[in-house]
Design a protein around this ligand. Structure first.
Ligand code: SF4
Length: 431
């Protein structure tokens, strides 16, 4: 039996106003380049958005689904969360709660202030010689929102109102939840792509990794997966892989995934960043090749799915339901104008109505490994930086700053680099 989450009338009145953050935690987030919106929302520029404005390529969701990172706003509608995940970059001072106990801001205010804050954060590019003029200009029009920055966005009691505003503004919506509020998943209006994070396939490991506040966390999570399976629009289950902790139990994972029946599965490495560094070691971060090996084994337990693509800088592999391979061609990209038309029409529609052909060059596993990025030296004694420089000289780069060519150096030794993107920089960490 699930505990009921109380939402009281009081929350909707200005006088009950109570912000999720104390002044000191607000200051700490602002110092980390977050911008706090009203009582419970926040915006922060994603590293990939900046990367793309510099003309250096986009995030894995560009490769997998066609998201233009330069036109993406990263935000949350609730900084508070019902878990204290071990791998999270937040520290343990971040607000947590099982119930909503703050004033509820209006969706229109959140939308307008978030957009302003997002553009203000990017304003510095205006005078920057490193920007790509065309891409910077196009970033003035937000086309995507990632409701996944931090906290639990689905906890916001007026989330549907905000989704409706994004729909009207022709902005696609990607929303990530930890499924501790299953009714909120059930009651959520269509979003472009809805994610559930699956960090452990059994209650014991879930407790250890996600450190949930709810006593009935496992029932909630399973109920959330069941509601996910009923959604008509695109759904994803995302696994955060922590080496030595949750990279086996394939059968159990397959069972949980079958329950949620997502259209897509993303298996992604834990990133050793922020406060998680105090809780986990750098060795907990699997190499890309380990993520690939895990995913291949997982795929063997999931007959309805196939591996479609990978993004090495993010150490992520994506699988899709076979129904997205039509006439032998993958259709994992999104037809965004079509989605906007459908969602605003008020008619019923499904994930199959707004899919688009995936560019064939973006499909498949390359067999390449994690770039060194200065973390380790390779056998030839070259740092990742040196390797990258050499590869760029050998092969040149395309317009997105992605290396082309086969990654072979003249003496025939294979070097382990792929895209020029240096992932650690996106997380404010250079070692
Ligand atoms: S917020 Fe997410 S979808 Fe948007 S650019 Fe960043 S990684 Fe990509």
């Amino acid at each position: 039996m699930l505990q009921e989450v109380k939402i009281t009338k009081d929350m909707f009145t200005a006088n009950s106003a109570k912000a999720q953050l104390t002044d000191s935690s607000k200051k700490s987030l602002v110092d980390q380049q977050y911008r706090i919106i009203g009582n419970h929302s926040a915006v922060k520029t994603c590293g990939w958005t900046k990367n793309m404005i510099r003309g250096k390529g986009g995030c894995y969701k560009l490769k997998f689904y066609g998201i233009m990172s330069s036109q993406c706003m990263q935000m949350t509608t609730s900084i508070s969360c019902a878990n204290r995940c071990t791998f999270c970059w937040r520290d343990y001072k971040a607000p947590v709660s099982t119930e909503w106990k703050w004033a509820v801001d209006e969706p229109d205010m959140i939308y307008e202030e978030s957009v302003k804050a997002h553009h203000k954060l990017l304003a510095g590019f205006g005078g920057s010689p490193t920007k790509n003029d065309f891409i910077f200009k196009s970033s003035k029009k937000i086309r995507h929102v990632a409701l996944s920055l931090t906290g639990e966005p689905i906890m916001y009691p007026k989330i549907n109102g905000l989704i409706g505003r994004f729909n009207k503004e022709c902005i696609s919506t990607f929303l990530v939840t930890r499924a501790q509020y299953p009714e909120a998943i059930r009651d959520l209006n269509p979003v472009t792509q809805l994610y559930i994070s699956l960090d452990a396939p059994n209650p014991e490991l879930f407790k250890e990794i996600d450190v949930p506040l709810f006593k009935d966390y496992w029932e909630r999570f399973n109920q959330g997966l069941e509601y996910l399976a009923k959604k008509k629009q695109r759904t994803t289950v995302r696994l955060t892989l922590i080496k030595g902790m949750n990279m086996s139990q394939f059968e159990e994972y397959a069972k949980m995934i079958a329950k949620g029946s997502p259209d897509f599965i993303e298996a992604k490495a834990y990133m050793h960043v922020g406060a998680s560094q105090k809780r986990l070691s750098i060795e907990s971060m699997p190499m890309h090749e380990e993520v690939v090996a895990f995913t291949q084994e997982l795929a063997a337990h999931l007959p309805g799915y196939e591996i479609v693509s990978e993004h090495i800088p993010s150490r992520v592999v994506m699988l899709a339901k076979k129904k997205f391979r039509i006439g032998g061609v993958w259709h994992t990209w999104i037809d965004f104008p079509k989605y906007t038309e459908l969602v605003n029409s008020g008619k019923e529609f499904t994930a199959m109505d707004y899919m688009k052909k995936t560019p064939p060059s973006l499909v498949g596993l390359s067999g390449k490994k994690t770039p060194m990025n200065g973390i380790k030296q390779d056998k030839m004694g070259m740092s990742g930086e040196e390797q990258l420089g050499m590869l760029a000289k050998l092969n040149g780069t395309d317009g997105n700053g992605q290396n082309k060519g086969n990654g072979q150096i003249p003496n025939g030794k294979h070097i382990t680099v792929d895209e020029r993107t240096k992932e650690m920089e996106f997380w404010g960490q250079k070692k």
